[in-house]
Design a protein around this ligand. Structure first.
Ligand SMILES: [Mg+2]
Length: 361
């Protein structure tokens, strides 16, 4: 089999109502990979909030696409290495990592379709159903919006809910978390997300006033570049730390693990150089008894979670309009069933490209 063409573009997709207060849209860099045997693979990277999508598209088009045309798409590992090592002076993180991610996801989609298997089965399945948590709780929500969202996820059977703690006053955050916890009752456990906004001392102060609330994890305490600071926080607070959505390769995750910077790792398949690298990260975490809870894009992350024994929860953030994908995996009783369709199982809605394609993208 040979790759004959790659059609790539940027889709600008509006978010659902409450999230739009913080992010009016997200962008997807989509790459559709065509082969001479008629099998097509869909790859994409989600740019949360849209930042950098145009640059990712240019890097993909000008530097990566020429490396793949004419190649056998089933040699995924070889092609991953070819893309990863293509530019010696460019680190495959951020823009370049997101471009490789989109193509790696598309190559695996072809591999699954050629094998007539969903990817989690191709990789050796542990389960066809993964537990998820409701995620949101953005800082611009009113208390009413926050409670409505938390209760909506609880109504889907989610046993976990995660909210942001972005107020500069630690006690104001405590009050909001307590309010949600009280409304949800003992059947739902909670997590909080700092989104890299604090330094070490501020995290210690913040975590100290949340300690008695039985939180599952305390997420992304410091800027993701500073693994040493994350390790210092993890060592000095009583709530387990989760991080990794803005770390990109097996090497960064190895550092997080070796420095004991987190008890939960959260690679994002669209940022961490695709399914190939995320599987390696997950297996590395398994060797250290660390759980993996992939960051957003749950509709494709579930393939990873279904194939690893140290998977914990997937992040359900249901921001997508119904006409982006043909079928979106649904949450029932707090779980998402992994689609049994070959590949990753996601197909763009027939009108998605014409409707959401950015001008000039
Ligand atoms: Mg987060």
């Amino acid at each position: 089999m040979k790759i004959t063409a790659i059609d790539a573009c940027v889709l600008t997709v509006p978010t659902s109502k409450q999230m739009a207060l913080e992010f009016p849209h997200h962008k997807l860099v989509v790459a559709e990979i065509a082969t001479d045997e008629g099998i097509r693979g869909l790859g994409y990277s989600l740019m949360f909030g849209g930042g950098g999508a145009e640059s990712v598209l240019v890097y993909l088009e000008t530097r990566l696409k020429p490396l793949l045309i004419g190649e056998d798409p089933l040699a995924v590992e070889r092609l991953w290495e070819k893309m990863y090592r293509g530019d010696r002076g460019v680190r495959r993180v951020g823009i370049a990592g997101m471009a490789i991610s989109a193509l790696d996801i598309g190559l695996w989609d072809i591999a699954g379709k050629a094998a007539k298997l969903p990817l989690y089965k191709l990789w050796g399945a542990v389960t066809d159903r993964v537990a998820c948590y409701g995620s949101g709780g953005w800082s611009k929500y009113s208390d009413k919006d926050l409670l409505a969202e938390a209760e909506r996820y609880a109504g889907m059977g989610c046993g976990y809910y995660k909210m942001k703690i972005h107020d500069p006053d630690p006690l104001a955050n405590r009050k909001r978390v307590e309010m949600v916890k009280k409304a949800l009752g003992p059947g739902v456990r909670m997590m909080v997300d700092v989104n890299q906004k604090l330094d070490v001392i501020s995290n210690q102060r913040q975590a100290a006033v949340l300690e008695d609330l039985d939180l599952v994890w305390y997420e992304e305490p410091v800027i993701a570049d500073d693994i040493a600071a994350c390790a210092e926080v993890a060592k000095s607070i009583k709530i387990p730390v989760a991080t990794g959505e803005n770390n990109y390769t097996r090497y960064e995750f190895r550092d997080l693990i070796e420095r004991k910077a987190a008890r939960y790792l959260m690679p994002d398949v669209c940022r961490a150089n695709g399914f190939s690298e995320t599987l390696k990260i997950a297996h590395l975490a398994a060797a250290h008894g660390i759980a993996v809870s992939p960051h957003v894009v749950y509709e494709i992350s579930i393939q990873i979670s279904g194939a690893i024994s140290n998977g914990f929860l997937v992040e359900l953030m249901d921001w997508m309009p119904p006409d982006l994908f043909e079928v979106l995996p649904e949450c029932k009783d707090g779980h998402i069933r992994i689609p049994d369709r070959p590949g990753h199982g996601m197909v763009l809605h027939k009108n998605a490209v014409s409707k959401y394609r950015s001008a000039g993208g």
